[in-house]
Design a protein around this ligand. Structure first.
Ligand SMILES: Nc1ncnc2c1ncn2[C@@H]1O[C@H](COP(=O)(O)OP(=O)(O)O)[C@@H](O)[C@H]1O
Ligand SMILES: Nc1ccn([C@@H]2O[C@H](COP(=O)(O)O)[C@@H](O)[C@H]2O)c(=O)n1
Length: 202
């Protein structure tokens, strides 16, 4: 199994890039795991307490489970991926049965921050967009799709997101084999990675 890791700050366009790559590929042969699905379960906390979690710190992610799942997929076993809700800030009761495929994409802001997970990635890609561009995209997306308002997004950005990005995410760019500039849509880079995936599939 070829594992492709795709990291980058929030709003850099990781999900968009992955979807564009998957567009022209046989969907039964390429699997995807999002780090967002592996935020730690916090059933013991109230909603109010959950809103105060620092979701941009590595400690908020259940890397142990993510690594275990990826290893299982690599050894040919199916897994049950958690399903996360950005509205309740918690895992839902659902899981998503995921089967091993020839190629697996793992995407998330902090995936290169975890040495074990990093080592499981055969190709490491970092999607870059400037901070102001990412904030604008994040603001629009979180209001439209994640049930947030402007104050929530901006306060989170100033209090935790920006310092965590600088401390834990931006430095992991150094681990990348490929950096995709994504201030504008980058079809050339996406096509190149798709070619690599196609080679593996054929
Ligand atoms: N190159 C781009 N130009 C303009 N908007 C983009 C670009 N890439 C992504 N977006 C938009 O920015 C928002 C965040 O992108 P997304 O792929 O969800 O980022 P990430 O997964 O890195 O947080 C989405 O609304 C998406 O449509
Ligand atoms: N309940 C949550 C959990 C996470 N976030 C934010 O999501 C960002 C990571 O996801 P991307 O798709 O943008 O890569 C991260 O920056 C967290 O702040 C959240 O807002 N609420």
């Amino acid at each position: 199994m070829l594992v492709i890791g795709i990291a980058g700050g929030t709003g850099s366009g990781k999900t968009t890039v992955v979807n564009k790559m998957l567009n022209e590929l046989p969907n039964k042969e390429v699997g995807i795991i999002s780090q967002d699905s592996y935020y730690k379960a916090t059933d013991n906390l109230s909603y109010e307490e959950r809103t105060k979690i620092n979701f941009d710190h590595p400690n908020s992610i259940d890397f142990e489970l993510l690594v275990e799942h990826l290893k299982k997929l690599k050894s040919g076993e199916a897994i049950d991926q958690p399903v996360y809700s950005f509205v309740t800030h918690n895992r839902t009761k659902d899981t998503h049965r995921t089967h091993p495929t020839k190629v697996f994409i793992v995407e998330g802001i902090l995936i290169f921050n975890n040495p074990e997970l990093r080592d499981l990635c055969d190709i490491k890609i970092f999607v870059h967009a400037d901070a102001d561009e990412r904030l604008i995209r994040r603001l629009k997306r979180d209001i439209q799709e994640r049930g947030r308002d402007m104050n929530e997004v901006l306060n989170r950005y100033q209090d935790t997101l920006k310092p965590m990005h600088n401390q834990f995410i931006e430095p992991t760019k150094n681990f990348a084999d490929i950096i995709i500039p994504n201030d504008r849509y980058n079809t050339v880079a996406v096509d190149i990675v798709r070619t690599v995936i196609n080679d593996k599939l054929n």
